[in-house]
Design a protein around this ligand. Structure first.
Ligand SMILES: [Zn+2]
Length: 78
């Protein structure tokens, strides 16, 4: 599924509208990722639904995924 979309998709980031270079390694911040329009935490049955899939840069995808953290509950101890 992932590789099919990567090959047949428009290679346009649905979050910033920019072009995605699919040749970039997965570790690259501007590399290709598959994003889910509806979060899988609420719509797990849509995980494999292509209509819920969008292409996005890794950095755009993770920026969107950065939900506000509940105050007083951080993952790091400074
Ligand atoms: Zn983007």
């Amino acid at each position: 599924m992932r590789t099919l979309l990567r090959r047949t998709g428009t290679h346009t980031c649905w979050l910033c509208g920019g072009w995605i270079d699919v040749e970039l390694p997965d570790t690259h911040p501007m590399s290709w990722t598959m994003d889910h329009v509806l979060p899988l935490s609420e719509y797990p049955h849509l995980a494999l639904d292509p209509t819920n899939h969008r292409e996005a840069h890794r950095t755009c995808n993770s920026a969107k995924g950065n939900r506000p953290v509940v105050k007083g509950k951080t993952s790091r101890n400074w």
